[in-house]
Design a protein around this ligand. Structure first.
Ligand code: NAD
Ligand code: UDP
Length: 312
């Protein structure tokens, strides 16, 4: 297949590009480097089945070649990023998704949307199943991301129903691993960076809020299976092993031997209190479940960050 990955120079997009190339596909990564970096795809220079196009997908997308699939991953994803870039986030989720769907229609290509557990907001149903409609504050600071993704899902289903585009929607839960940006503000890079520098870990609130962390290789495998499946309705992909942020901080201090402890800071507005994917559907229709335990994934991620820490 010839596959376009928007956001292909980002954390997840670049891992996806690697997997697609390993499966023998031709890949075009499109990115405007808003939150991504060519460092993530530098190892692909010279690969004849790979090309990179610098482009903002909020603007009309032109691709000369035929395409078999479009994987739409472009969007700031870290709360710090999307709070700094609220309008770009809304535009890439709305206009960018519309452009990518229009291209899929024109090329007769399959379309896969990178959606998020944030469509469930601060969830009142736990763990979250795909049929839960969510609990989102549209006018809160996180609304720019949550509502953009909810709009993107609605637009994807409209293109499916109206134009018959062959669509997929993956609802991605917190994912971590090598190539996360050291300063993207998400909890994994923040804690690892602080631990490796011997600083206290900044736990927001009392740390009783929970998340469920999936290692990147597991996530990419789930997404690839979804792409190759026939499932049009959203599918949760994430690791159901739920942990409080306080316990997560303690684990990272143990794994790194950091003696500096924990520092409590205010909880950001609308921070979801709990999050855990129900992956019954992914297990049933994709035969997928995560394999990498937290300790193993964190050890790999810590090693990677160690090599990056002293770079400018
Ligand atoms: P990331 O910031 O590393 O990657 C996003 C990429 O999109 C970056 O390379 C950025 O430069 C690019 N981009 C942003 N706006 C663009 C635009 N207008 N035109 C072209 N490129 C643009 O983030 P990530 O963690 O890799 O997330 C990738 C996708 O997965 C996002 O859509 C995000 O919403 C979704 N997601 C990620 C997670 C996670 O835990 N990492 C969870 C849920 C959903
Ligand atoms: N968090 C924290 N300290 C940090 C960064 C994040 O305690 O230095 C918390 C944050 O408040 C949230 C959780 O960790 O409860 C996960 O935050 P992240 O930004 O990684 O992603 P989210 O799941 O909120 O989108």
């Amino acid at each position: 297949m010839r596959i376009l990955v928007t956001g292909g120079a980002g954390f997840l997009g670049s891992h996806l590009v690697d997997r697609l190339l390993a499966e023998g596909h031709e890949v075009i990564a499109m990115d405007n480097l808003l939150t991504g970096s060519t460092d993530n795809i530098a190892h692909l220079a010279g690969n004849r089945r790979f090309q990179f196009i610098y482009h903002n997908v909020t603007n009309y997308i032109y691709i000369k070649d035929d395409l078999d699939a479009i994987l739409h991953f472009a969007s700031p994803a870290s709360p710090v990023d999307y709070l700094e870039l609220p309008i770009q986030t809304l535009k890439v989720g709305s206009l960018g998704t519309h452009n990518a769907l229009g291209l899929a229609l024109a090329k007769g290509a399959r379309f896969l949307l990178a959606s998020t557990s944030e469509v469930y907001g601060d969830p009142l149903v736990h763990p979250q199943t795909e049929d839960y409609w969510g609990h989102v504050n549209p006018i809160g600071p996180r609304g720019v991301y949550d509502e953009a993704k909810r709009f993107a899902e609605a637009m994807t289903m409209a293109y499916h129903r109206t134009h018959g585009v062959d669509t997929r929607i993956v609802r991605i839960f917190n994912t971590y691993g090598p190539r996360m940006r050291l300063n993207d503000g998400r909890v994994v890079p923040n804690f690892i960076k602080q631990a490796l520098r011997g600083e206290p870990l900044t736990v927001y609130g009392d740390g009783s809020q929970t998340r469920s962390f999936c290692f990147v290789s597991d996530l990419i495998d789930g997404i690839y299976r979804l792409l190759m499946s026939n499932e049009v309705e959203p599918v949760n992909i994430g690791n159901p092993a739920e942990i409080s942020i306080l316990e997560f901080a303690q684990r990272i201090n143990e794994l790194t031997g950091n003696q500096a402890g924990i520092r409590f800071e205010p909880l950001p507005k609308d921070d979801p209190k709990q999050r855990q994917p129900d992956i019954t559907k992914a297990r049933r229709i994709l035969g997928w479940e995560p394999k990498v335990p937290l300790e193993q994934g964190l050890a790999e991620t810590i090693d990677w960050f160690r090599t990056r820490l002293d770079r400018p």
